[in-house]
Design a protein around this ligand. Sequence first.
Ligand code: RUQ
Ligand code: CUA
Length: 675
Amino acid sequence: MRTPIRNFVLGAASAAAVGGLVFACQSAGPRDIATGDAAARVYVPPGKHDDYYAFLSGGYNGQIAAYGLPSGRLLKIIPVFSQNPENGYGYNEETKPMLETSHGSVPWDDTHHAELSQTGGVPDGRWVFINGNNTPRVARIDLRTFETTEILEIPNAAGGHASPFTTPDTKYIVSATRFSVPVPNTDVPIASYKQNFKGTLSFIAADQPGKMDIAFQILMPGYNYDLGHAGKGPSDGWFFFTTYNSEQAYEKLELNASKNDKDFVAAVNYRRAEQCVAEGKARPAPADYRHNVLDEHSRAARSERRSSVQMLDPRDCPGIVYLLPTPKSPHGVDIDPTGEFIVAGGKLATVIPVHAFSKMMKAIESKQFEGDLAGIPVLAYSATIAGEVQKPGLGPLHTEFDGKGNAYTSMFISSEVVKWKLGTWEVLDRIPVYYSVGHIMIPGGDSRQPWGKYLLAMNKITKDRYLPTGPELAQSAQLIDISGDKMKMLLDFPTVGEPHYAQALPANLIEAKSVKFYRLSESTHPEVVKAESEGGIRRDGRMVHVKMAAIRSHFAPDNIEGIQLGDTVLFHVTNIEQDWDIEHGFAVFGGTNAEILIGPGETRTLKWVPQATGVYPFYCTDFCSALHQEMQGYVRVSPRGSNVPLAANVSAKAATQAARAGQVPAPPAASSGRR
Ligand code: RUQ
Ligand code: CUA
């Protein structure tokens, strides 16, 4: 029996059982629980690769972080919904359209759930999807390039939390609204919640890159929708969502949304929904949303507006949704690898309830209904429940599976991971985690084929675990060995942002297809330069376009004159290298923008509006070569109406370097009059 080292104060002034769940940490230091050989089990020698890629959501940093496991080494931060000055994502002209929404450009979001694409119910390493929780969006990240290539806004929704979980074939990913809102959203009294507020479940066509769209939406009662997972095996064709706030409270939810003993798992027969749509039972509903795609060849994004969705009311399509009563304010809903068990994490429940899919189907056949809500049949709890895990701990949130008949559930309040057996529901083991664990992740642990060697616990609070960094401390992940009977703590590592869900898979499913550079010969960017001689400058009214090549270790052109105050300058910089990992950066003195980081073979555009006359240096920000510090140039800004001619010259130095490298020195691209 492990000694608890923490106190959790269930402190609510109201004394309501559901009042504030206040975390308290004793000052006594945590005991060393890592086992003797833990270091060797996570040690990846210099020059060796990790066995797994792990993709952790960044929470309120709006990004995804890719780590190697078991080492916990951070490999890359992939910007998704948030601008990233480090590489110019969302700042350069090519990627700005990715952040367009019906509300305008939204340069931030709250990413929650990373979800790998699947084939046959198994992660396949093509894409990882992630949701934006605030302005509901889903994004596709291409795992050949580790970049965000597509974003779809979700209309008729507010807060896309139950998202973007995938069907076993990636035909659909889903997004359910966290907050119910008027659909369509209009000016109504908040007190008319019960009458006017609705939830929606969106099924998003996802298997064609660049073509994500809302396949259909299902109109649901005005509850909060929390999480979801697709069925598989026998339950393939069904999708399960948790709901809470079946009380339909719209104020003081802490209290008012925690009154009912049970809320629901909504079971959706999406094949039936497809039929109803095909039979014309959905109605086109007005919607306003954006679809943003990064073109593979120009590597520039475009944003398009969409204005309608197919909306299905369950009353018009009986048999698409059933409600399974589930204690109490359930959070996660996780389907075991066989597809039979539906595990709900009732965050205020004292047990972990597990529904059986086969029992659910029988209950539907024999109409064991307790009633209906907004035309949706409510099944009897006793008819669907397969078992309850007794005394699992406090605050069960999320469950993952090891593929060997075991389940692992995170306990937020009692800060532990609990291992239990599917079918007998007995608790087999528990391990403390530091502290307040949210999601846990086993590579493939929500799929048909978990690679059940490690479990990663993602913790919300670290308190005394790391060197202090002022009032805000790191969040952390902890790697646990689950290959034996007893769980063994292996490693702690701080994480970026506040991770929620994560996904991981064997590295070989991604490693071999990783793109090394973008082919210059295939670039269709309108301002690409494929050789230094193609650099130049042109004026279009008050807009000046500079086309520039970047190659070790110069820019061509590197001296620019004839810019006037009031001009907007667009630097279109092409990195003409065709070599792995040779990036160049570009930043201009006084620029009110981020830098741009340009991958080999790509073109990125930095917008600059000079504010005063003078001469401004620009330089490469990425230490690319021995002569990186020489990789620079100047822009001259003259008064409005000045007679300094527009000129973009290759300096003598750059010309010599080019000649040495066997390239043709570029002639001055425009009239070369220098003053
Ligand atoms: S949900 S732990 Cu989105 Cu549990 Cu974060
Ligand atoms: Cu290019 Cu430094």
